[in-house]
Design a protein around this ligand. Structure first.
Ligand SMILES: Nc1nc2c(c(=O)[nH]1)N[C@H]1C(S)=C(S)[C@@H](COP(=O)(O)O)O[C@H]1N2
Ligand SMILES: [Mo]
Length: 336
């Protein structure tokens, strides 16, 4: 199936249904497909590493964050000597032998060839947290699209098609998702108590997904369950939200990195290992707050984010099929 490094091969070929011009296709038939040794050779001079959150368009909480390593896709596209009539890149990986069940995604060629200011390149990824990518995570090689939801990051990658077709034909789009939407900024609870004593200080914790528009604040709002909600304010913009603390970069990154340390000089970090910008866009940060509720009763606790443009979640993109960012609510019971 080509899912071990020794048997893995990647094809970069023109779309037979379009007039894309490619002088030296990388194909299995011609014996020119890129193999593992070829990818590792490119990695010696081209490898990049960056933090990125894997998040499903329809998932309420991000799958996780890691340090992904790979070779920019453009370096492999250029090996095939494309010369013109190319507007889009389709790509897919192993799924099973039924092409109807293929999991395919796509990008405009411009996004592959050039990165918006401050953004990371689309990579052919072979390492996560400095370890070879496991089969479960899409190894030996998967796509990582550093500004997109998970569906763009196709696992078990085997074929890249250069096409003059300007339209997206992503599998996830056929399943009624907005696959062009960038990652959104949103907050989630990790730990909140179900029952507390009146007057007692209780910590609450959570995480925030930091999307394309960055993150300026995480906030919470505690309200007695019996209090009627205003009908013309579905996102509670007039509620008395209180700022939580956004936690600083960790000393230990976890993720089974030796001693919790990052490998040498990933992007987004300076030579001393400190993030150049915090929080880092397209990653996760943690937050915390200390609550003290004076009166017994049932309460609703909400959390939300304000992005770096000053816009409160779930605006400016509230539609669920473009990425989940609804305001989360939990209940807390306060006893005398
Ligand atoms: N080949 C293949 N790649 C795939 C998928 C798939 O079904 N098949 N699912 C995608 C979707 S929808 C998501 S959210 C991410 C999840 O990545 P993870 O399994 O590493 O968390 O993988 C993407 N890549
Ligand atoms: Mo997904």
């Amino acid at each position: 199936m080509g899912l071990a490094p020794e048997t893995w091969q990647l094809e970069v070929v023109p779309d037979p249904e379009s007039n894309a011009e490619v002088e030296r296709p990388l194909s299995k038939a011609a014996g020119t497909a890129l193999d593992w040794a070829g990818l590792m050779k490119l990695a010696e001079t081209k490898a990049v590493r960056f933090m990125f959150v894997m998040s499903c368009t329809n998932g309420k909480t991000p799958c996780g964050m890691g340090l992904w390593e790979g070779v920019p896709l453009r370096d492999v596209v250029w090996l095939a000597k494309p010369t013109g009539n190319i507007r889009r890149v389709f790509y897919y990986g192993y799924h099973n032998n039924d092409p109807k069940q293929r999991f395919q995604s796509s990008l405009p060629i411009g996004r592959v060839l050039e990165d918006p200011p401050g953004e990371n390149p689309v990579i052919l990824c072979y390492k996560l947290n400095n370890q070879w990518l496991t089969p479960k995570r899409g190894g030996p090689v998967r796509m990582i699209v550093p500004d997109g939801y998970g569906n763009k990051s196709v696992k078990w990658l085997q074929r890249i098609i250069l096409t003059n077709n300007p339209q997206a034909n992503d599998t996830y789009a056929e399943w009624n998702n907005d696959t062009v939407s960038h990652i959104k900024t949103c907050a989630r609870f990790i730990h909140t108590p179900e029952k507390v004593k009146a007057g007692q200080a209780v910590p609450i914790t959570g995480l925030a997904q930091v999307g394309m528009s960055g993150l300026s604040k995480v906030q919470y709002w505690l309200v007695p369950e019996s209090e009627p909600l205003s009908e013309d304010d579905p996102y509670f913009t007039k509620a008395p939200w209180i700022d939580a603390d956004i936690l600083p970069p960790p000393e230990h990154w976890g993720g089974n990195l030796p001693e919790g340390k990052l490998p040498p000089i990933p992007r987004q970090f300076d030579a001393a290992g400190k993030p150049i910008r915090w929080p880092i866009p397209n990653t996760i940060v943690h937050w915390a707050a200390l609550l003290r509720i004076e009166h017994a009763g049932k309460y609703d606790l909400y959390c939300r984010t304000i992005d770096a443009n000053g816009t409160a979640q779930p605006m400016p993109r509230p539609f669920p099929k473009s990425g989940h960012n609804a305001i989360q609510k939990v209940q807390i019971v306060v006893e005398e």
